[in-house]
Design a protein around this ligand. Structure first.
Ligand code: GDP
Length: 395
């Protein structure tokens, strides 16, 4: 239909602006992409104009002259910005652009990459406690990481316990250097970095150089392990994963992703869906799965089986079945607990006093139609995710 004609228009524009590598067209099916959920169930096509990972304009319906004009204007603007004749608008300031590309790189490592054999990878890097204490050298390592084209997708500083160290280094437990390693790793905060880049694992290891400080100094004095050795400490101060498989395991060790089941109850789904979804995103959750569905009486009864026999049970089931709910799997570190924090206390009157920023304080009608549901612990989360979405495959 009309969409086909637009594809021809895109081809023509792409030819015209041939040298402008910045111009990309993509077709996205709202039905199969959770983030595009708001665009579902509408028959008219929607055109999103996106600059540096941020949607800046929307055109609804096939309006070829308008679409063509918008694209021409945007390409022109990008050319002027690239030539230094124009400043980028406020909304596209550095922080937002960096955030967008950092998150894109982590969750969609190969988004926008041309077909080459180099794939974007993730790796884990550690800056150990003795080096981390030396502020200037620490910043110098971080600078080197950026200069070499890595993005820091996630980072945190933690003091490892003896137990965590033993778990992380269990394959090294019988080595003669293990006691020193244990002492070093528990002596203060370690900086833990999730790095992304093409060929990240091998590139980071190449920069690090030989395994031990002694070998590094002898064989490759320019390697990072030689340059950032700390006086009198035989343990190298920098770590990198050995293989992509190891990287996956090590990242999961330090940045464990958890899933929880979240549900926007019918009354709130009708009135406040967009506001609630906005809060979900602002809090940094990834929406791993989403569907809109009216629960049947049986499903609602099963969902709240622990409350069967309580005086409010039948009312609760009625509330849950009066229209479609939005059912989601939310993914984040510590997702179960963080979603409960964001929901707020069960009773909205309590929520308004103790957590005025919470979803229930802002969007609940009363204790039964209290806007949202969330699993109360990890076991419940797994159980109810399976119950609602069947076998899950989201990792
Ligand atoms: P939640 O995890 O905060 O949703 O709370 P629960 O799992 O304990 O309870 C499930 C739902 O039952 C709540 O969201 C409320 O809608 C309702 N509920 C719980 N306790 C009460 C109560 O004491 N009175 C009434 N009317 N409803 C309640």
């Amino acid at each position: 239909g009309p969409c086909k004609a637009v594809v021809n228009l895109f081809r023509k524009l792409k030819n015209e602006f041939g040298e402008d590598d910045g111009l990309h067209f993509a077709v996205a099916e709202a039905d199969s992409i959770p983030t595009l959920q708001p665009f579902r169930n509408k028959c008219e096509p929607v055109f999103l104009f996106c600059v540096n990972g941020k949607i800046i304009t929307i055109v609804r319906g096939v309006n070829a002259p308008l679409i063509s004009k918008k694209i021409t204007e945007l390409v022109q603007e990008e050319r002027e910005i690239a030539a230094g004749q124009k400043e980028r608008d406020e909304v596209l300031t550095k922080q937002i652009v960096e955030d967008a590309s950092r998150q894109l790189a982590f969750f969609f490592p190969n988004f926008g990459i041309k077909r080459t054999d180099q794939k974007v990878e993730k790796t884990l890097a550690l800056i150990r406690p003795s080096l981390l204490k030396e502020r200037r050298r620490k910043y110098s390592v971080l600078q080197r990481i950026k200069d070499d084209g890595f993005k820091i997708a996630m980072q945190k500083e933690i003091i490892l316990s003896e137990e965590q160290t033993r778990e992380f280094y269990k394959e090294h437990e019988n080595q003669d250097y293990f006691p020193v390693l244990l002492e070093q790793m528990t002596s203060g905060p370690t900086l833990i970095l999730a790095l992304t880049r093409e060929n990240a694992v091998a590139h980071w290891r190449d920069l690090l150089g030989p395994k031990t400080v002694e070998e590094a100094m002898k064989e490759n004095p320019n390697s990072l392990r030689a340059k950032y050795a700390v006086n009198n400490i035989p343990i190298a101060q920098l770590h990198g994963s050995s293989t992509p498989d190891d990287a996956q395991k090590e990242l999961q060790f330090f940045f464990p992703q958890e899933h929880t089941l979240a549900l926007i109850k019918p009354a709130a789904a009708k009135k406040h869906k967009d506001d609630i979804m906005q809060k979900v995103k602002e809090a940094g959750f990834t929406i791993s799965k989403i569907k809109e569905e009216a629960l049947t009486h049986e499903m609602a009864t099963q969902f709240y089986k622990d409350h069967k026999g309580k005086p409010f049970f039948e009312h609760l089931v009625t509330c849950m079945t009066e229209g479609p709910s939005v059912v989601m799997i939310l993914t984040k570190e510590n997702a179960v607990e963080e979603w409960r924090q964001l929901m707020g206390p069960t009773d909205p009157e309590v929520a308004k006093v103790t957590s005025p920023e919470s979803i229930r304080a802002q969007f609940a009608q009363d204790i039964l139609s209290n806007a949202v549901h969330g699993s109360s612990n990890r076991e419940h989360a797994l159980e109810s995710i399976e119950c609602v979405f069947g076998e899950i495959d989201i990792d």
